[in-house]
Design a protein around this ligand. Structure first.
Ligand code: SAM
Length: 370
């Protein structure tokens, strides 16, 4: 089954659907889903199209609006004369997005910055502050995308911009959050790096340099070799070693345990189990797709990580500025429903074809592949 659908024309009737739907609070979830344009890319103005969605129907809104005065997409947002009116327009849509979001849902907004008279405007942060000042949302994180291959244009008197924020907003404290599923491939690659030959090697040198008696040095080397093996075989994530005379004593706690080991044996080993810290950083290259008509694509990998973190399989994800369809591609791959809007018919057509060709399976209303 293909994802493509006919273009919904821009003259879609304006209605007060949100109000009508809000008045039916006990409407069944499946019933709501059946009224959604699931797995479709609709062509038109997002402010109009979003009116067709019921309240509390979307788990995640993830999007990258046109940046302030950066590109001419022909029409739509982005080319307002002042940053204030740009943010105002964006907030209008933001409020609608909050309205269609479930209580346990999230919003991710990615924005880029802009220089004016050689001075940064801090547009993304102005938007984030204005969004929280609506009182509708809380800002959970500012996740920084570190571009591994930024535009190689070196200015003489400023550094190359190579980061962009992805703001994570929620409307209640009960937001769905699957921390264990976030950046697991990163954990795996870190694990395989720590499984490499050099893990813990520096501690052998430190043992040799220490003032420990020969017998204690021998025991320390043996214990170190054992714990390195535990890391290599994946039994533990990592470890730290403390050697008497070289490292500070452990803070606080009782005098027993590690302090006694340091005093008696001359060393102690702290085994670190579990996953690496989940940090607010995603490092990935800027994507480029051959013959892609769209000038500003965001990485599918970033969308995938937020899908893992903030949605379950079968959930509904909305991207009101879908562009080349990156959000839809990630959703198809990970078994989430998507709804995408774009004003430009050429991008809509491109996005539909891109999704049709992307790996993954179409989900039906109940989240099963068909
Ligand atoms: C930064 S791009 C999104 C790129 C997308 N994240 C991707 O990976 O391809 C912003 C998109 O918003 C669209 N757009 C601008 N104003 C719009 C509006 N009012 N309604 C719907 N789409 C709009 C533009 O045509 C453009 O494709």
């Amino acid at each position: 089954m293909a994802y493509s659908t006919p273009i919904i024309n821009q003259g879609t009737q304006k209605r007060s659907l949100r109000v009508e739907r809000s008045e039916i609070p006990d409407r069944q979830e499946a019933d709501i889903s059946s009224s959604l344009p699931l797995n479709q890319i609709l062509c038109g103005d997002n402010l109009e199209l979003i009116q067709q969605l019921p309240d509390h129907s979307v788990q995640l809104v993830i999007t990258s609006p046109p940046y302030f005065q950066q590109r001419d997409y022909g029409a739509g947002m982005g080319n307002e004369p002042e940053v204030e009116s740009y943010i105002e327009n964006l907030l209008r849509l933001f409020r609608e997005c909050v309205g269609v979001m479930k209580e346990e849902g999230s919003l991710i907004f990615n924005l880029g910055d802009k220089y004016e008279n050689s001075s940064l405007l801090l547009v993304p942060y102005r938007f984030a502050i204005a969004a929280t000042e609506t009182g509708l949302v809380k800002l959970v994180n500012n996740v920084t995308w570190v571009k591994l291959n930024p535009t190689p244009r070196q200015f003489r008197r400023r550094l190359v911009s190579s980061t962009e924020p992805f703001f994570h907003f929620v409307k209640s404290e009960d937001y769905f959050y699957n921390l264990d599923a976030f950046m697991t491939s990163e954990d795996a690659s870190k694990k395989s790096r720590t499984k490499g030959m050099n893990v813990g090697k520096r501690y052998f040198e430190l043992i040799d340099q220490s003032d420990l008696p020969d017998e204690a040095k021998r025991d320390a080397r043996l214990a170190l070799a054992r714990v390195i093996q535990e890391v290599r075989t994946g039994q533990i994530h990592s470890f730290r070693m403390k050697i008497r005379g070289l490292h500070a004593e452990p803070f606080g706690g009782q005098d027993g345990g590690r302090k006694i080991q340091l005093a008696k044996k001359g060393f102690t080993i702290i085994r670190l189990r579990g996953n690496a810290l989940k940090r607010d950083v995603i490092e990935t290259p800027v994507e480029s797709i051959k013959r892609c008509k769209h000038p500003a694509i965001y990485p599918v990998k970033i969308v995938e990580e937020f899908l893992h973190l903030l949605t379950r399989p079968g959930d509904v994800v909305l991207d009101p500025f879908i562009g080349s369809g990156s959000t839809a591609v990630a959703c198809k791959k990970l078994g989430r429903h998507f709804i995408g809007y774009d004003l430009n018919p050429e991008y809509c057509e491109y996005a539909r074809n891109r999704v049709d060709e992307a790996p993954g399976e179409t989900l039906n209303l109940f989240g099963m592949s068909s």
